[in-house]
Ligand binder design. Structure first.
Ligand SMILES: [Zn+2]
Ligand SMILES: [Zn+2]
Length: 275
């Protein structure tokens, strides 16, 4: 089974291509299950006074879901589409997030931590946010938020679990690095206990960190803990759909995984995969 559960499209403002172009590309690539998972609109900051092109406007959310559902019907029998959202976890906004998400018939929801307060740690325009900060303290805040996202009950899949490493910032001392490992392992334990899945997101390969999210040593730990894994390219361009997923499957296989987690109506099942 070939799946890609993490994709975006032009509505978010920083991706290109219509939803249907991703679907067409998915068919051409032989992807059997394609998840559409654009970003949740901004809720804790005013889009008008923030960086532009972060996410779709709130008014677009119903239209996004409607278009996804229409495509799911139209392509039934050709490709299995799954309707999802990469929904930011923002501490203190859990009730609001729940309220925004609850009207829609999602197949799955990815919980991703992009924001620490008003700082989007995944935005290349905001890397100056690291300046003058204790990198270890940032990692502590980040992993605390990931744990809370897993425990929130809002999500089915933890998105790019160690994305904090994206731009290559982090503690440089042996003690600092050791604490980061401890934070990562504690977080995996919380994810395992919460019973939700996690993605192997191949997009990190092309980022300054030059490795997937999560890194291989965390994948090994996730396997030992029995965390179900799904796969995502995080494509922001139809031409990049599925990028890195062959390598991702290979990494999963060599770690010991033989099944992938898939979702419909927020119910998780597993499918076997081969190299
Ligand atoms: Zn994006
Ligand atoms: Zn993300």
């Amino acid at each position: 089974m070939h799946i890609d559960y993490h994709t975006h499209h032009e509505r978010c403002g920083h991706a290109v291509g219509k939803l249907e172009e991703y679907v067409q590309r998915g068919i051409a690539l032989g992807i059997q299950q394609l998840g559409l998972s654009d970003h949740l609109p901004l809720i804790h900051i005013d889009p008008a006074s923030y960086y532009p092109e972060m996410a779709m406007p709130m008014a677009e959310l119903p239209r996004y879901v409607e278009e996804c559902l229409a495509l799911k019907e139209r392509y039934r029998g050709v490709i299995d589409l799954r309707v999802g959202l990469e929904a930011d976890y923002i501490e203190g906004y859990e009730d609001q997030i729940h309220e925004i998400l609850s009207p829609y018939p999602w197949d799955y929801l990815i919980g991703s931590v992009h924001f620490l307060g008003e700082w989007d740690i995944t935005d290349y325009r905001q890397v100056h946010g690291w300046e003058g900060r204790d990198a270890l303290e940032v990692y502590r805040l980040y992993y605390d938020a990931v744990k809370k996202s897993a425990l929130s009950g809002l999500y089915d899949i933890i998105g790019h679990m160690d994305v904090i490493k994206r731009f290559g910032y982090g503690p440089q001392t042996p003690e600092g690095k050791a604490e980061v490992t401890t934070l990562e392992l504690e977080t995996l334990k919380v994810i395992a206990d919460s019973g939700i899945a996690m993605e192997l997101n191949a997009s990190g390969l092309t980022k300054p960190c030059a490795e997937m999210f999560p890194a291989e040593h965390l994948l090994q730990e996730a396997f030992k803990l029995g965390i179900p894994l799904t796969l995502g390219s995080d494509a922001h361009n139809p031409a990049k759909l599925g990028d890195g997923l062959q390598e991702a499957r290979s990494m999963l296989w060599h770690t010991g995984f033989r099944e992938l987690a898939v979702f419909e109506g927020r119910r998780r099942t597993t499918v076997p995969f081969k190299l």
